[in-house]
Ligand binder design. Structure first.
Ligand SMILES: [Zn+2]
Length: 444
């Protein structure tokens, strides 16, 4: 992990959600970062420089640059980068049961470490400073994120097998990660309870999982109403939609990341508008797997907090949130037939502050004095962003990952002027290739 630096950004365009539910843009601004926090956002150099005792460690020339909060990826399976471009053009059910699950039986701890590090390189290069992760071998995921200096909402599986081979719950593993987060996590990690979906576990386990989350005050990550089939089978089996089923079993008492929510009915919107619930919208994964298009416009109107996720690289096939951001806005406009639907300020909020808050980082995602210094710099000195025009439009509609020049998390550079400061990209790619080969016997 790199050290925290005090930086004065000069003459930069600043773009950020604000604290009142909107977003603001400033041009020719000065931003002071000190001791891991935004110390000042202002329009004069003197005002911003006064935030430092003496000189900052560094000044950053912001001409033709946009400063914005680092992006927050609210749903993913980082190590699935190892299965990128290897199981495509299949429905979710065929993809999961016939391709992904068999490969996952071969996963070793070192494979998850390699795949997670590969994901971190891709995420940092595309401006992401926080990610939710749902996968196996949480110790490796934890270490990879902390080493990289990227924030993490980490799923922990609390299930064990009893003597008869049936799954039972054990609080110890989740408690271990809660302790680890307080010590080795350096404030970057929030452990949450893994609840894959409403269809994977024996029915009695759901109430026990909900009670465990409530007892330990642990957040929950869960896939919800991703496909028509999931919703139909849940209704046939339980007479409830997935959100109704989860609420009845006692979920939603702790902060919950509800991934997908593509097929909602009846009371679902009202349930998901409850406090502490964040919907992670994954438009590319939902389109690629043929799952459908979530009605984000209806969610926003109903007061839901909607964030963005990439899902795993096996169903996307990249971890670039700029593509999700643009697509989310376009899909909402296309499906309502109204160009004004889901405008750039709301898209920006979804990609930043909504995801960060949903992951358990309430002081991240807003560039105002006192908030955490989690930010990115976009290089706009390029044909595709000339003329820059409205920086808010440029960020949502013109930018792509290749414009990301720098990323800072908690006042520490994780990428500075395109140099990764915590991740060895060449070595990580080589280790990931070898791990990917291991998962597919035919390739070795
Ligand atoms: Zn997923």
């Amino acid at each position: 992990m790199s050290r925290a630096v005090d930086v004065l950004f000069e003459r930069i365009s600043v773009l950020s959600p604000d604290e009142s539910g909107g977003a603001y843009a400033l041009t020719d601004a000065y931003v002071a970062v000190r001791a891991g926090r935004i110390a000042c956002v202002g329009l004069t150099r003197d005002h911003a420089a006064a935030a430092f005792d003496g000189a900052p460690h560094e000044t950053y020339d912001g001409r033709d640059r946009i400063l914005a909060p680092a992006l927050a990826n609210a749903h993913g399976h980082a190590a699935m980068t190892l299965m990128r471009n290897s199981a495509d053009d299949l429905s979710l059910h065929d993809w999961l049961y016939n391709v992904i699950f068999p490969r996952e039986t071969r996963l070793r701890a070192e494979d998850v470490r390699a795949g997670t590090r590969l994901a971190l390189v891709e995420m940092v290069r595309s401006g992401t400073g926080a990610a939710a992760d749902m996968y196996f071998f949480p110790d490796e995921v934890f270490e990879a994120f902390v080493e990289a200096g990227v924030r993490l909402n980490l799923c922990v599986d609390a299930k064990k097998k009893d003597a008869a081979g049936n799954p039972v719950l054990d609080a110890a593993e989740l408690e271990r990660f809660q302790r680890l987060a307080r010590t080795a996590g350096r404030g970057l990690v929030v452990p949450s309870l893994l609840v894959h979906s409403v269809y994977l576990y024996p029915e009695p386990l759901y109430k026990e999982m909900a009670d465990l989350a409530a007892d330990l005050g642990a957040p929950v990550q869960v896939h919800v109403s991703e496909t028509r089939r999931e919703v139909r089978e849940c209704q046939e089996k339980h007479g409830r939609t997935p959100p109704e089923f989860l609420r009845e079993r006692g979920f939603f008492r702790t902060p919950t990341l509800a991934a997908h929510c593509v097929h909602l009915h009846g009371d679902d919107l009202r349930i998901l508008a409850g406090p502490g619930i964040t919907v992670a919208h994954n438009p590319q994964s939902n389109l690629k797997l043929g799952s459908g298009i979530a009605d984000v416009h209806a969610m926003v109107r109903a007061g839901l907090r909607v964030a963005l996720g990439t899902d795993g690289a096996a169903s996307n096939n990249n971890l670039d949130l700029f593509r999700e951001l643009r697509l989310a806005a376009f899909l909402a406009k296309g499906t309502t037939g109204e160009a004004a639907t889901l405008g750039a300020p709301m898209a920006l909020r979804m990609a930043t502050v909504h995801g960060a808050a949903g992951m358990g980082f309430p002081d991240v995602g807003v560039l105002e004095a006192g908030h955490a210094a989690d930010l990115l710099v976009l290089d706009c000195e390029r044909a595709s962003m000339t003329p820059l025009g409205d920086p808010m439009s440029a960020f949502v509609y013109s930018a792509d990952a290749s414009a990301v020049e720098s990323v800072m998390v908690d006042g520490r550079w994780v990428m500075r002027k395109r140099e990764l400061t915590t991740l060895d990209e060449e070595r990580i790619r080589a280790e990931a290739l070898s791990a990917a080969h291991h998962l597919v016997p035919a390739l070795t």
